[in-house]
Design a protein around this ligand. Structure first.
Ligand code: ADP
Ligand code: MG
Length: 394
C-alpha cells in the first residue's frame, strides 16, 4: 500500500478539502457520541497549524440525493466547534455559489463545514460533474474517512483523481494498522472470526484462510461448523444448509496449512436470556443451545495467542450481550490485551459488535488498533480493494 500523508503536502495558505466521517448518533437533539468527531481532529488541527484552510466534506444519514432538512450537517456544527475549540463556518450547499463564497471568505487557519454531500444524487453515483464541482473548491484533497472508503462516491473517489491527494491522520493510522495485521504481518498470525452467522462472513473466512496461520472460529458460526462435523447442536443458532460450505472451508484450511480451532467445550442453556441456568458440556443436549465457548476452549485460544505475534479479530465468541455468556469473549479479549501490553502481540480488531464486546471486556484500550470503520473494515478483511483507498495510490 502506497499513499501520501499530510507530511508530504504543502499546506500553508492552501485550501484542503478534507473528507471526514462525522455521521454521529443523536439522542434528544444532541450528539450522543463524539468518537467520530474526535477521530478527525488531528487532521484538522494539523492543517490549521500549518496555516492551511480546512474545508470539511461529509455525509450525514441517507438522504438519497434529496435535500432533507433533518439530515443537515448544520446540526453537527456545534459539536464540532466544541470539540475543536474554535469556530467552524458553515455553507448551506457543498458545491456551487454558497460553497464558493464560503471558501472565499476563509483566512488561513479557518475551518469550514460544507452541507451534506448526499443531498446531491451525483455523490453516490460518483458523477464526474459532482466530483469536478467539489474539486473546484480547493487546492488539495485529504481523505480521512476510511469508514466511507468502501464506497466509490464523488467525495471519496472521484475527487481524489482530480487534485493532489493524501491520507489524513486517521486514514493513515487505519491503513498502517491494517497493513501490520494482514498486509505484511509479523508471523505467526492468528485470526478470530466469531459472531452470529457463517453466511455473512464467507468471503472473510475465504480470504483469511489464505493469509493467516491459525483461525479461531467462535460464536454462532462455530455451531454451523460443529454440525457439519456431525456434532449435535440441539436448538443452537445454526445454518444447517451451509454444512457443505463449512466442510469446504475446513478442507481448504487443511490444504493451506491454516490451523482451524473450533470450540472443544461448550456453555449451553435452555433459554436465551441473562443468567439462564447453564452448564459446560462437550456435546450439546437436544433441548439446549450453545451460547458460549467453554473454559478448555478459552485455554486453547489463550495458548494460541501466546504463540502468535499478530492477532486480527472480528466477531464475539459467544452471546456476549447477556451474562454469563460473555465469559469466553471477555477472557480471550483480556488475554490479547495483556499480551499486547507486554509487547509480544500486535492486535487489531473491528466490527460493530466486536468493538462493543472488547469495550465491555475492558480490553479495547490495550489493543494495538481498534477499527471503528464497520463495513469498510469487513470489506478490507475480505481482501477487497477499497475504492477510496485505491484512489490515493499514485
Ligand atoms: P460484528 O458486528 O462484530 O461483525 P456479528 O454481528 O457477526 O459481529 O456477531 C455478533 C452477534 O453474534 C452478537 O449479537 C452475539 O450475540 C451473536 N452470537 C455470538 N455467539 C452466539 C451464539 N452462540 N448464539 C447466538 N448468537 C450468538
Ligand atoms: Mg454485528
Amino acid at each position: 500500500m502506497d499513499f501520501k500523508t499530510l507530511d508530504a503536502m504543502e499546506l500553508t495558505g492552501k485550501t484542503a478539502l478534507v473528507r471526514v466521517d462525522i455521521n454521529v448518533p443523536f439522542e434528544n437533539g444532541a450528539v450522543s457520541d463524539f468518537t467520530r468527531i474526535d477521530a478527525v481532529l488531528p487532521t484538522i488541527n494539523d492543517i490549521v497549524a500549518a496555516g492551511g484552510k480546512a474545508v470539511l466534506l461529509a455525509h450525514f444519514g441517507r438522504p438519497k440525493g434529496q435535500v432533507v432538512p433533518e439530515m443537515s450537517l448544520a446540526q453537527v456544527r456545534p459539536a464540532l466547534e466544541a470539540r475543536l475549540g474554535k469556530p467552524v463556518a458553515f455553507a448551506a450547499d457543498c458545491i456551487g455559489k454558497p460553497a464558493k463564497d464560503a471558501v472565499l471568505a476563509m483566512e488561513p487557519g479557518d475551518v469550514l463545514l460544507l452541507e451534506n454531500t448526499r443531498f446531491h444524487a451525483g455523490e453516490e453515483k460518483n458523477d464526474p460533474m459532482m466530483a469536478a464541482a467539489l474539486a473546484a473548491l480547493g487546492d488539495i484533497y485529504v481523505n480521512d474517512a476510511f469508514s466511507a472508503a468502501h464506497r466509490a462516491h464523488a467525495s471519496t473517489e472521484g475527487i481524489a483523481r482530480l487534485l493532489p491527494a493524501c491520507a489524513g491522520r486517521l486514514m493513515e493510522a487505519e491503513l498502517t494498522a491494517l497493513e501490520a495485521a494482514l498486509g505484511n504481518p509479523a508471523r505467526p498470525v492468528v485470526a478470530v472470526v466469531g459472531g452470529a452467522k457463517v453466511s455473512t462472513k464467507l468471503d472473510l473466512l475465504g480470504n483469511l484462510i489464505e493469509k493467516v496461520d491459525a483461525l479461531v472460529i467462535g460464536g454462532g458460526m462455530a455451531n454451523t461448523f460443529l454440525a457439519a462435523q456431525a456434532h449435535p447442536v440441539g436448538k443452537s443458532l445454526c445454518e444447517h444448509d451451509l454444512a457443505e460450505t463449512a466442510r469446504v472451508i475446513l478442507d481448504k484450511a487443511e490444504a493451506r496449512g491454516c490451523r482451524l480451532l473450533l470450540p472443544v467445550d461448550l456453555v449451553v442453556a435452555r433459554d436465551f436470556r441473562a443468567n439462564a441456568p447453564s452448564e459446560i458440556v462437550t456435546e450439546c443436549p437436544e433441548d439446549a443451545m450453545i451460547l458460549d465457548a467453554g473454559p478448555e476452549s478459552v485455554s486453547q485460544i489463550a495458548a494460541l495467542f501466546g504463540n502468535s505475534r499478530t492477532l486480527i479479530w472480528n466477531g464475539p465468541l459467544g452471546a456476549f450481550e447477556i451474562e454469563p455468556f460473555d465469559a469466553a469473549t471477555n477472557a480471550a479479549a483480556r488475554e490479547a490485551a495483556r499480551l499486547t501490553r507486554e509487547g509480544g502481540l500486535v492486535s487489531v480488531a473491528g466490527g460493530g459488535d466486536t468493538v462493543a464486546a472488547l469495550n465491555r471486556a475492558g480490553a479495547a484500550g490495550d489493543f494495538t488498533y481498534i477499527s471503528t470503520a464497520g463495513g469498510a473494515f469487513l470489506e478490507w478483511m475480505e481482501g477487497k480493494t477499497l475504492p477510496g483507498v485505491a484512489a490515493l495510490e499514485p
